[in-house]
Write a protein that binds this ligand. Structure first.
Ligand SMILES: [Zn+2]
Length: 360
């Protein structure tokens, strides 16, 4: 049954509805199919299953976000923070774990704001370890550039001993060390926190890792690097990126599970929805009212929208409206709520002639 639910949640979060001239147009489903073929089961299902198997009460889970590019996306963009916030809520409310937000300090602002709107506070470690505060996250700023990044990554893993590491819309370089936008242009590496070292080292240590992305240039797509580069080659007229580096659009950083999706936030919502379903509690996934609070909090904290409203601190995500964010959550909530509801004779909903054996 979880695989059936996961199948439709995967589809729900892979409906492409970007602007006509958006660089990712037409790539959502080919990227999804490549990831699905590689992993052999619904992606949101595999992600939730791995979290349930690996994360226990009191454990730390590292959440990586931030698709900003200094100096013009100083506070980050709107795809990423609410996905992180949803996962923070899900691992807190569902598994009793403590999220650790790691990223560029300025970009952590919208993440924290969205997380608080989702019901997760940010305190210090003493509050969690000593006072056992629930629904509480930590924030760990990560420096920009490669210098010292690997050492910092090792220190973070040593300090928190996380049981899972998740990237949402988190860019990473290709095997040549070149970073790319979804449009195939190069991004200066010194504008980015090199948190992919946390993922690479976590995999060395056998820690469960998830990459959630929508373009191929984010943490996780190293799992299907050749396939991503082929998909881009078809679009870019025979080259795998537009900067001329020759290393391709896809990142080198692979994860145990890759959730390829239409919009990264939605992929994260899909994982939260699967956690809610598999743990039997729809409350673990934010509802539509909470989603509205989350996207508004994120935008008010400085995250800017890509697509429609580019550059504006608006609660739009990759060209889709605030109402659309609520709509996606509404559909996911309905899938989860109906998925855990048992019909019984004489009970709600009273459908004449329907018995439990007909629906279970
Ligand atoms: Zn390149």
């Amino acid at each position: 049954m979880p695989e059936i639910i996961g199948e439709y949640i995967d589809r729900q979060v892979n409906i492409e509805m970007v602007d006509d001239n958006y660089p990712r147009r037409g790539k959502t489903w080919p990227l999804y199919e490549a990831a699905r073929e590689k992993l052999g089961a619904p992606l949101t299902y595999l992600a939730a299953k791995g979290l349930i198997e690996n994360v226990k009460q009191g454990d730390y889970v590292i959440l990586l976000s931030g698709a900003g590019i200094s100096p013009w996306l100083e506070w980050g963009e709107t795809d990423g923070p609410t996905g992180i916030a949803s996962l923070a809520r899900a691992v807190s409310f569902g598994l009793g774990a403590a999220p650790v937000y790691v990223g560029n300090e300025k970009e952590l602002g919208p993440v924290i704001a969205a997380g608080m709107a989702a019901g997760v506070s940010v305190l210090n470690r003493e509050a969690i370890d000593v006072y056992k505060r629930k629904a509480t996250a930590l924030k760990v700023p990560f420096p920009l550039g490669e210098k010292g990044a690997k050492q910092k990554a090792l220190e973070i893993l040593d300090e928190y001993q996380p049981k899972a590491v998740i990237g949402v819309e988190k860019h990473a370089p290709n095997p040549l060390g070149v970073w790319h936008t979804a449009a195939g242009q190069a991004i200066p590496g010194d504008t980015q926190p090199h948190v992919h070292h946390i993922v690479d080292e976590a995999r060395e240590r056998g820690i469960f890792t998830i990459g959630i992305g929508d373009g191929g240039n984010e943490i996780g797509y190293g799992l299907i690097r050749d396939e991503v580069n082929e998909i881009y080659k078809a679009q870019f007229g025979g080259v795998t990126c537009k900067c001329g580096c020759g290393g391709g659009e896809s990142t080198a950083t692979a994860t145990d599970v890759l959730v390829s999706t239409a919009i990264s936030n939605w992929g994260a919502y899909g994982v939260s929805a699967m956690l809610a379903y598999m743990l039997g509690n729809p409350f673990i996934l934010q509802d539509a009212d909470t989603e509205r609070r989350m996207v508004e909090a994120m935008a008010m904290a400085g995250a800017v929208a890509a697509g429609i409203g580019t550059g504006g601190t608006l609660p739009w995500v990759d060209g889709t409206s605030p109402v659309m964010q609520e709509a996606v959550v509404t559909i996911l909530q309905e899938i989860v709520t109906n998925g855990v509801r048992r019909l019984h004779p004489g009970g709600f909903p009273a459908v004449e002639g329907v018995t439990k054996s007909d629906v279970s």
